[in-house]
Design a protein around this ligand. Structure first.
Ligand SMILES: Cc1cc2nc3c(=O)[nH]c(=O)nc-3n(C[C@H](O)[C@H](O)[C@H](O)COP(=O)(O)OP(=O)(O)OC[C@H]3O[C@@H](n4cnc5c(N)ncnc54)[C@H](O)[C@@H]3O)c2cc1C
Length: 370
C-alpha cells in the first residue's frame, strides 16, 4: 500500500511557499516537494524584487487583479512581520511624443485596474522629483516599491512549517498518474525512486510547470500551456551612483518585458535590468556583450551613466506563455476538473508580477481547491 497524503505541492518557490502557508491553514496534510536542496533557488531569487502596482496588464486579467490585491497583502504582511521593504515609488519615463502618448494609455490602464494613485508628470514636475533624470514626461506610481524577497521566502517557509506543512527537499517529481479520484505521484531522491498517493496535486513548478502538467496527462500543446523561456540579465553600476535617484525608473514597456529599469536595492546596490530575450535552455550566465545595449538604454534617461561603470551581475528566466511576437498571455491558475483531472491544480506562466501577486495567488488557489 502506498502512503496517502491530502495535498502535494510541487515546487518551493515563492508561489509554492505562499500556497503551502495558505492551504496548511485549513488543516490539510500538505507536503511540498522541491528538487533543489532548499526553497527559493530559482526564479524567486532571480528577479527585480519590485512590488508592482498593477499598471501594465489588461483589466480583468488575473495578472492585473492579483497584482493589485497582492501588493496590498504584501505591504501589510511586511509591516506586520518586519520584512524589509521600501515604498520608494516608481516613475515610468518617456523620451518622445509617442512614448508620452503611451504614458497616458498606461495611466488609463492603471486606473481601470484599480491603481488610483497614478500621477502624470510634466518634464518640470519630473525634474523637481528626480533632478538627475532626463525625460520629456513621466508617470508616477507612488505605491510601487522594493522588497527583501529572501526574507519574504524565509518567512513564508517558516509560517508554512508552523502550520505543519512538510517540506521534502532534494526530491524531484518525475511521474503523476491518475488513480481514480486521486493521483499516484512518483518521486526521485538520492535513495532512488518511490511513490505515494495524493488527493490533490498543486503544480507550482515554475519553469517546469508545463512539463509537470504534461506528466499528469494534459495535452499542453492543445491547452496552450507550452512555456517559452525568456532571459533577463542585470548589470550593476558603480557605488558612486548610489542615491542619485530615489525612485525606481522604468522606460515605457516593451512587448515582452517592463524594460531595463534603474533600481537601488535595499542594500544600496544600483542595478540596471532586466533585458528580455528568448532562450532555449536555462543558463544564468550574463553576456558581457550586452553591456553596450544596457548602457545605450540607460543613457537615454540617466545621462550621467558611463559605460565603464557597468558590470555583469545576475540573470533570471521568465516562464512565459507568450512566445516571440505573440500577444499578451495571462497567468494560468486552473483546477483541471473540466479537462478530466479533478484534484489537479496547474499554475503555469507565473512570470512578473508573480512575486508581487504571490499572496493573492495563494488565496486564489485556496478558493479553487476541491
Ligand atoms: C528577470 C525577472 C525579473 C522579475 N521581476 C519581478 C519583479 O520585480 N516583481 C515581481 O512581482 N515579479 C518579478 N518576476 C517574477 C517572479 O520572480 C516570479 O513570478 C516568481 O518568482 C515565480 O515563482 P514560482 O514559485 O512560480 O517559481 P520558482 O521560484 O521558479 O519556483 C519553482 C520551483 O519548482 C521547483 N521544481 C520544478 N520542477 C520540479 C519537480 N519536477 N519536482 C520538484 N520541484 C520542482 C523548482 O526547483 C523551483 O524551486 C521576475 C522574474 C524574472 C525572471
Amino acid at each position: 500500500m502506498l502512503a496517502e497524503i491530502d495535498v502535494a505541492i510541487i515546487g518551493a518557490g515563492v508561489i509554492g511557499l505562499a500556497t503551502a502557508r495558505e492551504i496548511a491553514q485549513e488543516k490539510k496534510e500538505v507536503f511540498v516537494f522541491e528538487k533543489n536542496r532548499t526553497f527559493g533557488l530559482e526564479t524567486s531569487s532571480r528577479n527585480s524584487e519590485v512590488i508592482h502596482a498593477g499598471i501594465y496588464y489588461p483589466e480583468d486579467s488575473l495578472k492585473a487583479k492579483l497584482c493589485v490585491e497582492g501588493k496590498s497583502l504584501l505591504y501589510k504582511l511586511c509591516d506586520k512581520h518586519n520584512i524589509a521593504y521600501k515604498m520608494s515609488g516608481k516613475i515610468i519615463v518617456a523620451a518622445s511624443k509617442n512614448e508620452t502618448t503611451q504614458l497616458e494609455k498606461l495611466y488609463e490602464q492603471g486606473r481601470k485596474n484599480g491603481v488610483d494613485d497614478l500621477v502624470l508628470l510634466s518634464r518640470t514636475e519630473l525634474k523637481k522629483l528626480e533632478p538627475n533624470i532626463e525625460a520629456r514626461a513621466g508617470l508616477l506610481s507612488p505605491s510601487s516599491g522594493i522588497l527583501d524577497s529572501h526574507t519574504l521566502l524565509k518567512f513564508l517557509y517558516s509560517q508554512a512549517r508552523e502550520k505543519e506543512a512538510e517540506f521534502v527537499f532534494g526530491t524531484e517529481v518525475i511521474g503523476i498518474e491518475r488513480a481514480g479520484a486521486k493521483y499516484k505521484v512518483q518521486i526521485k531522491d538520492r535513495d532512488g525512486i518511490s511513490a505515494f498517493v495524493a488527493h490533490v496535486v498543486v503544480n507550482c513548478a515554475g519553469l517546469n510547470s508545463d512539463r509537470i502538467a504534461q506528466l499528469a496527462g494534459i495535452d499542453i500543446a492543445k491547452a496552450g500551456y507550452k512555456l517559452h523561456y525568456c532571459k533577463g540579465e542585470y548589470f550593476s553600476l558603480d557605488s558612486k551612483y548610489r542615491n542619485l535617484v530615489s525612485r525606481l525608473i522604468y522606460p515605457t514597456p516593451e512587448q515582452v518585458g517592463h524594460g531595463i529599469h534603474w533600481r537601488q536595492a535595499l542594500d544600496g546596490r544600483v542595478l540596471l535590468g532586466p533585458n528580455a530575450h528568448y532562450v532555449e535552455a536555462i543558463d544564468y550566465a550574463v553576456d558581457e556583450m550586452h553591456k553596450q545595449a544596457f548602457y545605450n538604454s540607460a543613457k537615454r534617461f540617466l545621462p550621467f551613466v558611463e559605460l565603464e561603470d557597468l558590470a555583469p551581475e545576475s540573470a533570471g528566466i521568465r516562464p512565459k506563455l507568450q512566445g516571440p511576437g505573440e500577444a499578451f498571455r495571462d497567468f494560468v491558475i486552473v483546477h483541471e476538473e473540466k479537462a478530466g483531472f479533478p484534484g489537479l491544480i496547474n499554475l503555469i506562466g507565473i512570470e512578473s508580477p508573480g512575486l508581487t501577486a504571490s499572496l493573492a495567488i495563494a488565496q486564489y488557489v485556496g478558493r479553487i481547491m476541491p
